[in-house]
Structure formats: C-alpha cells, structure tokens
Design a protein around this ligand. Structure first.
Ligand SMILES: [Zn+2]
Length: 187
C-alpha cells in the first residue's frame, strides 16, 4: 500500500514538472532572456583583463579599467591557487548597469551576479565606481569560483557545495561585504 502511494506521488510530480505549461513557461522566459542578452552584446565595448575579456555598455576611464584589471588578476591568482587551476583560454565577464543587467537576470532570483555557460555577468554601477569596485571584488571572487569549479568538475559538484565554496572564496582581502542578495550558479 505504501509503495503504491509513493509511486503515485512520483507520478504526480513527474506530470507536474513535465506538463507542457510548466516547460513552456520556463523555456520561454529563458529564451527571452537569452535573446535580450544577444541583442545587448552587439552594443557592448570590451577590454582585456587576463584571463578575461571584460564587456561594458560604455567606455570606462583608463584608471577604472586598471583597477578592475588588478582585482581580476589578483582574484585569478588567489582563487586559482586554492584550486590549483588557471584557465588557459579567455573567459567572458560582462559588467552591466541597472536596467541592462536586470533585463538578463532571472527576476525570481534578483542577484548581483551569476555564472552560466562559461560567462560571468555582474551588476556594476559605473557612476558609483568606488563603491562598485569594493562590491565588484567580492562578487567577482564568488562568480570566478563557480567558473573554476565548473571547469574542472565535469558538472558533478552538488549545488550546495558549489555555493559554499564560492561564498568561502568571497573573503580574500575583505572579510565583510555589503553585497545585495544571493547569487547562484544556474544550470
Ligand atoms: Zn553562487
């Protein structure tokens, strides 16, 4: 009798998650966000900060580019040393302002950065550069950890461990942060 009940429960869950309505809603939203991101991509300018090509929606002052470069190189060194991994190719980092970022972020999660498909996207306010750079370092270390794990684990690391390690690596130079909300790895 109990077996029968469990079987029914599994069957109900299966039909819920595979029902056309559910699948359609999820895929449509993801599809729309991808489309927006592709459109946005054509308007971005970029500069190099190894191992990244950094995309922004306006040209940043050289002094800011230099500081971003230093933070990226420092994080790549220190997080890389913990995992013994340094990417050989070039990865993509997009720094987007408010509405541009929100248009490609999942509204249900409302994050300040996310890693997906070998690319890091981060919310970055150019006008408040000083504050943004402090937050930038914390969020970048977090997302960069996701990138490293995803590059070496073949997709086998459970999500809780992914997040735990990423949060652990946020500490580096700064022990505390004022970063908005959670940020997640997305399949
Ligand atoms: Zn995360």
């Amino acid at each position: 009798m109990r077996k029968y009940f469990v079987f029914l429960l599994i069957l109900a869950a299966f039909f819920f998650f595979t029902s056309p309505g559910f699948a359609l809603k999820v895929s449509q939203q993801t599809f729309q966000r991808r489309l927006k991101e592709e459109k946005l991509q054509t308007k971005l300018v970029s500069f190099e900060a190894r191992p990244f090509e950094v995309f922004t929606d306006q040209n940043l002052p050289d002094s800011m580019k230099l500081r971003i470069k230093k933070i990226i190189e420092g994080a790549a060194k220190s997080v890389g040393a913990h995992f013994g991994y340094y990417p050989s190719g070039t990865a993509q980092l997009k720094l987007l302002q408010g509405s541009a970022y929100d248009s490609i972020d999942d509204p249900d999660l409302a994050t300040s950065g996310f890693y997906q498909n070998k690319k890091i996207r981060m919310l970055f306010d150019y006008k408040q550069a000083k504050q943004s750079l402090t937050e930038f370092e914390v969020v970048f270390r977090h997302e960069y950890t996701h990138l490293i794990i995803a590059s070496i684990d073949g997709g086998k690391t459970p999500r809780w461990l992914h997040e735990g390690l990423a949060v652990y690596e946020e500490r580096g130079l700064r022990a505390e942060s004022t970063v908005r909300g959670g940020h997640f790895i997305r399949p």
